[in-house]
Ligand binder design. Structure first.
Ligand code: ADP
Ligand code: ASP
Ligand code: MG
Length: 454
């Protein structure tokens, strides 16, 4: 039995957290591969260092080293500390060289390379800790393990086939031998051989890709809350743990804003029927959430509500567009060339509206304006809207469910700007102004989750 265990930033963010996670790792049975994020705050620190041109390189290096070495000194002493420091310095020199080479800043993957540095150090530290506890372990970078990625900078996709064949050679024999590899999450190697990150929060997805590659039995995502909850517990105080969910429900919620999982985590697991557990590293005895091919139905109308903000509606107007499928196809084709995530589409007789991230609207506009089509009469943009994703079992079969939900939205005095209903039988998605989004989430949770008797 193979278990892939992923530990997020807070689960490796301090000496205490590292020890807690190391104990969870060694007490699990069977063969294991571990995937780690950078220590909490490190990726944000690296990303902001890249954006803030006023910071001095030396200050960045100093802060980076201090954060890691302070924790290492709490964890290790004597020979272990010496060995760790030696390997740390090697990696740290590479990081400094990379950062100081200002020509390298022009590489399309430079941001990926810098922002993924934290994982190289957290994995090294956790691996030394496991060895110190008397177990065989090795720290592997994505390069060592053979995790491959394709796609645009900062939003890579794992090349699952290539990763499976290289991990079969580089990692499988180690696991079979009882060694616990601690692998960097967050990035793979691009076709040009440079680090390519999977987008923020990408270590969950890396863990799922590694689980897929190793034909794991279970993928465990160890985080700082008691599993997948009915809403973000930071937004809804009485959010509850969902004991079980199916792959579709989890995938919809993750894509539409439930930050507990990277949006693409579910697919590599679902493809190979690998169950995914979400667990709390601060409370390992809590059962957390099990995601698998669940077929059981729940009593309440809704299981969970998520929201995704910073989105924009782009509406394209053309007379009797509905009668001109070729024009619709051309518009979609042009947008498709940009290869950016789309959150909803909605049509009327003379308009087609798309929902994208705020950051992508300039590129969309450029592309549509570049069509030189006289048939397009206008383009409108509505910035800063949020998408609400309400997930439950067989929503389409439940009589009057959308009426109930929109009735509740009205109570929050929110204006519904766009609706996407019917495409999925587990979710109802709609768009509201960002300023109303939190109220809408809270009211839906209160009416359809908190107040339902279990
Ligand atoms: P990690 O560093 O372990 O990857 P993240 O911060 O990325 O952790 O994700 C965990 C956080 O996700 C939680 O602390 C919680 O605030 C947030 N979150 C958002 N939606 C949900 C949800 N539906 N269930 C659980 N946590 C959620
Ligand atoms: N360290 C990366 C981030 O903060 C990846 C992850 O934590 O999943 O985005
Ligand atoms: Mg995360």
């Amino acid at each position: 039995m193979i278990t892939v265990m992923k530990f997020g930033g807070t689960s490796v963010g301090s000496a205490e957290a590292m020890k807690r996670s190391a104990n969870i790792i060694v007490s699990g049975s069977g063969k294991k591969a571990v995937v780690v994020s950078a220590m909490s705050g490190i990726t944000n620190f690296l990303v902001s260092a890249l954006d803030d041109k006023t910071l001095k390189d030396e200050d960045i290096f100093c802060k980076f080293k201090e954060r890691h070495m302070t924790v290492a000194k709490e964890l290790f002493e004597g020979k272990r500390l010496e060995e760790f420091t030696e390997e740390f310095e090697k990696r740290f020199d590479e990081f400094k060289k990379l950062y100081s080479d200002k020509d390298g800043w022009n590489s399309p993957y430079f941001k990926d390379n810098i922002s993924s540095q934290g994982e190289r150090f957290s994995s090294l530290m956790l691996s030394h800790l496991i060895m110190e506890m008397g177990y065989k372990s090795v720290a592997l970078t994505s390069e060592d393990a053979g995790i491959y990625a394709v796609g645009a900078p900062l939003s890579g996709e794992c090349d699952l086939e290539r990763t499976a064949s290289s991990m079969g050679i580089n990692v499988k024999p180690l696991i079979d031998d009882g060694t616990i590899p601690i692998i960097t999450g967050f990035y793979g190697i691009s076709e040009s051989g440079e680090p390519l990150t999977f987008g923020r929060g990408g270590s969950d997805y890396a863990a799922a890709a590694i689980g897929n590659a190793l034909d794991a039995d279970t993928i465990e995502i160890w985080t700082d809350v008691n599993g997948f909850m009915s809403a973000d517990p930071r937004v809804v105080e009485d959010a509850v743990t969902i004991k079980e969910m199916n792959f579709n429900e989890a995938a919809e919620l993750a894509y539409f804003g439930a930050k507990v999982l990277h949006p693409r985590t579910i697919e590599p697991a679902r493809m190979k029927h690998i169950s995914v557990k979400i667990k709390n590293s601060y409370q390992p005895e809590h059962p957390g959430t099990l995601i698998y091919n669940l077929r059981k139905k729940s009593k309440s109308l809704l299981k969970a509500v998520a929201m995704k903000s910073d989105l924009s509606i782009v509406t394209i107007r053309a007379g009797e567009l509905a009668y001109r499928p070729k024009l619709i196809a051309t518009i979609i084709d042009r947008i498709g060339d940009l290869d950016i995530p789309l959150y909803a589409v909605s049509t009327s007789l003379s308009t087609i509206a798309f929902l994208f991230h705020n950051n992508d609207t300039a590129r969309i506009l450029g592309e549509i304006r570049g069509m030189h089509s006289e048939e397009i009469e206008g383009i409108e943009i509505k910035n800063d809207v949020a998408l609400i994703c309400a997930v439950g079992d067989d929503l389409l079969d439940k009589n009057g469910f959308s009426g109930d939900i929109f009735g509740a939205v009205k109570e929050a005095e929110a204006n519904v700007e766009m609706i996407s209903e019917g495409a999925s039988d587990v979710s109802l998605n709609f768009v509201v102004p960002t300023e109303s989004a939190l109220d809408v989430v809270r009211i839906l949770h209160k009416k359809f989750i908190s107040s339902v008797k279990k």
